[in-house]
Design a binder for this molecule. Structure first.
Ligand code: ZN
Length: 397
């Protein structure tokens, strides 16, 4: 399963060695010699959770003593892949943060002995989203790990975890994979034509999931084109206000589409658990009441997740804009590099000629300021409008 990690040779090497050492130590009865807490870091889309999952497969593989541990073909690897392995618990915070109660439950679960004999693994995605109290509960678990428990935490950077946790983890750093490597995966695995694959890989700046969506979904490409048409459209104050509205609306649309799909499945599943939608006869009242409570709890979770997805999707659009101005700057400095937005080269060159590098830097800063304000919960329309006004050409009043 390591083969799925694109452009991460160094990290894969570290993980392969660790899995080999662990398997040999266990087989030789020499204790485990295992690092019990790992922190996978890297920019969004670099494949943090995939790397952690591949490592879990290598540790749990039926063939753990062969050189091809984490083979991807045996029963254990398959269970890891689909998420049904009894010794692997996968946590993915859905809301804005992960609470202390959830963490305590998780710690208890993690403390149990492995069912199939080798390791009990907790794969914690977005571990930077734990609340402070939850982080303390987590820290205790990591400080005194049962001999066969392994924590795999994922976060954008080591700085996102409190230092007491970070210092107890072995850090695995993933990098942004090169566009060519991402494009190769899209062609080989998804059958995307090479031209389209290269375009999507560059435009997504190494984010594999986003590159795949761009390559396969015309609607996603349309939204990106919408965002990137903004810089050239900012001719006057009215246009800036309109552009801001459009940007907020586009990212809300994208977030709504993602949210609706998730919500529907979850609600249907929960209803099934509580027997709704069946004949309805013989349901006892306690169960129905429990169902209502659980549904309400789910709705609260879904609401906070929707807020997060909306914020993430607007942030992604702003990063597309940052990449656009970075391209402008590259042209202004005459750097012969490949542009992230190669498909808009002519527009970028026009803008590069019509403004100075100082203008471009000032504009990039305006976008970064907008991102900060959004993170601080400023009303999106207000923050984005201030940004589009600052992006306007200085010569145009
Ligand atoms: Zn295997």
């Amino acid at each position: 399963m390591f083969a799925e990690l694109v452009g991460q040779d160094q990290a894969v090497d570290v993980l392969r060695r660790a899995a080999a050492a662990a398997a040999e130590a266990v087989a030789g009865g020499r204790g485990t010699g295992m690092t019990h807490a790992w922190l996978f870091t890297g920019p969004p889309g670099s494949g943090r959770s995939n790397a952690a999952r591949a490592f879990a497969a290598a540790l749990l593989c039926d063939d753990a003593l062969s050189a091809d541990r984490g083979c991807g073909n045996c029963g254990a690897c398959h269970q890891v892949e689909v998420g049904s392995h009894p010794d692997l618990t996968r946590v993915r915070p859905e809301g804005l943060s992960y609470g202390v109660r959830q963490t305590r439950d998780l710690v208890l679960k993690a403390a149990g002995a492995p069912t199939l004999g080798r390791w009990r693994i907790v794969l914690f995605e977005d571990a930077d989203r734990v609340t402070e109290a939850a982080a303390n509960a987590l820290l205790k678990a990591i400080e005194e790990p049962p001999p066969r428990t392994v924590w795999l935490l994922c976060a954008p950077s080591p700085d996102d975890m409190i230092i007491t946790i970070r210092s107890r983890c072995r850090v695995v750093t993933l990098r942004t994979p090169p566009a060519e490597a991402v494009a190769r995966v899209l062609t080989e695995r998804d059958g995307v034509p090479l031209d389209m694959a290269l375009f999507a890989a560059r435009a997504a700046r190494g984010h594999i999931g986003r590159a795949r969506r761009l390559a396969l979904d015309e609607e996603v490409r349309r939204r990106r084109a919408d965002v990137l048409s903004i810089p050239a459209s900012l001719s006057g104050v009215g246009a800036c206000v309109t552009a801001a509205e459009r940007l907020v609306k586009t990212s809300t649309e994208e977030a709504d589409a993602a949210t609706a799909e998730l919500n529907e499945t979850e609600t249907a599943e929960l209803r099934k658990v509580y027997g709704e939608g069946s004949s309805g006869k013989g349901l006892n009242k306690g169960l129905v009441r429990g169902g209502a409570g659980a549904l309400k709890e789910l709705e609260t979770l879904q609401k906070s997740r929707a807020t997060r997805i909306k914020r993430d999707s607007l942030d992604l659009a702003l990063l597309d804009l940052v990449a656009f101005y970075r391209d402008v700057l590259a042209v202004q400095f005459g750097a012969g590099v490949e542009l992230a937005n190669e498909d808009r080269r002519r527009e970028i060159e026009t803008m590069a000629r019509g403004s100075s590098p100082e203008d471009t830097l000032r504009r990039t800063q305006a976008i970064m300021r907008c991102r900060e304000r959004l993170a601080a919960n400023v009303n999106p329309q207000i923050a984005v409008e201030a940004m589009t006004l600052a992006l306007r050409s200085p010569g145009l009043a």
